[in-house]
Design a protein around this ligand. Structure first.
Ligand code: SF4
Length: 367
């Protein structure tokens, strides 16, 4: 393996140093106020520009306006419980699905990847996947317009990956992803298959497809768009969100570091404990914080409020101003957030329990 240092790596855990530079470098379009207000409904991730960039998102706006079919697609590697990063993508799928009754949400359970990358046997990842789908349903996915499948059982995706491989050279893959083990290139082609699945005859033929992703997944989007053009499919649209930082702020939230992530299955007491240890933008002493104010831009607690847990813009603005002016201390924020999160988790876990049978039938009904 080389020591190639790409600014973004779909399999890595580092955070981008600067989103603006990446957007310019890779030709990602900025999320504008005009685009945000073109949707019939709003969402905090859009309004607050947590979704900061896109490729061809106007195509989805057009589909909604013309009442035409489109798909929203994403997936999860079933290696563990939903954490806040995977929850963000789930919320995006649910939101874009909700904007039209002509939309279908496609959700891929990447169990082959969990086997190849993490050595998790298919029977084990199946049980994890049931929990993941129950999370998705509890967050609000409309099961009547959803296609949830496992990579290991979806032969069409495997066929597509093979067909697409005939149009891509090794040097193209190397130019997009850098020098990698062949299994990564193979997995990239499978992901292109997942992204194109909604456009197959089995799913109603070519149509716009929106993929909500972190910017680290853009290489898959670029590859998919290139391939789509070669096969006369609609190049998939993408909306990019900022990556969720780990609670200690040092890298992106991932299952690799369980103590630095919050999952939707965490016991509320454990979640509160994690919040109290999270990184803040606070000063060294109370006196300093009162005098200088805190730095919400650096603060993971403020980021959790912005991205996930405070719906009201006015309330968030109040937190920001009170922090900046030193009227608020980090303990105030942590105690407020711990309270919100523990109520959210209790409610979510109760809902999820009631949806586990439906999740299982959605996954097993295709066998
Ligand atoms: Fe973050 Fe709140 Fe501390 Fe400000 S006061 S740095 S927002 S935890």
């Amino acid at each position: 393996m080389s020591d190639d240092k790409r600014p973004i790596d779909p399999w890595g855990s580092t955070l981008p140093a600067d989103y603006e530079t990446l957007m310019t470098e890779f030709g990602i379009e900025q999320m504008t106020n005009e685009l945000v207000s073109a949707f019939p409904l709003t969402h905090r991730l859009l309004r607050r520009k947590v979704e900061f960039g896109h490729r061809d998102l106007w195509r989805i706006v057009e589909s909604i306006k013309k009442n035409e079919a489109y798909a929203v697609m994403s997936g999860i590697k079933p290696t563990g419980d939903f954490h806040l990063g995977t929850m963000m993508t789930a919320e995006e799928i649910i939101f874009y699905q909700s904007l039209s009754d002509k939309s279908v949400a496609h959700y891929c359970i990447a169990d082959l990847e969990a086997l190849a990358d993490n050595g998790i046997p298919l029977e084990e990842s199946h049980e994890i996947a049931v929990g993941n789908v129950a999370d998705l349903l509890a967050l609000g996915l409309d099961a009547r317009r959803a296609y949830v499948y496992k990579q290991s059982e979806e032969k069409v995706v495997q066929r597509l990956a093979f067909v697409f491989s005939t149009s891509v050279t090794f040097s193209t893959l190397e130019a997009i992803y850098g020098p990698k083990h062949i299994k990564y290139y193979f997995s990239a082609l499978i992901q292109v298959g997942d992204i194109m699945l909604p456009q197959t005859e089995e799913h109603g033929g070519p149509k716009p497809v929106l993929v909500p992703v972190g910017i680290d997944q853009d290489p898959h989007i670029r590859l998919s768009r290139d391939i789509a053009k070669k096969f006369r499919l609609v190049p998939p649209s993408a909306v990019f969100h900022k990556l969720t930082r780990s609670l200690l702020g040092e890298e992106k939230m991932s299952k690799r570091n369980p103590m630095s992530m919050m999952t939707l299955s965490d016991n509320p007491k454990l979640a509160e404990k994690k919040i109290w240890s999270a990184l803040t933008g606070g000063r060294g002493t109370v006196e300093e914080q009162r005098r200088l104010g805190g730095e919400p831009e650096k603060c993971v607690v403020f980021e959790l409020m912005t991205n996930h847990f405070i719906e009201e813009d006015e309330e968030l603005r109040k937190v920001y101003l009170e922090c900046r002016t030193g009227a608020r201390l980090c303990g105030d924020c942590k105690s407020q957030l711990a309270d919100i999160v523990s109520k959210f988790l209790m409610k979510h876990q109760q809902k999820k329990e009631g949806l586990t049978d439906l999740a299982r039938s959605m996954l097993e009904g295709r066998r």
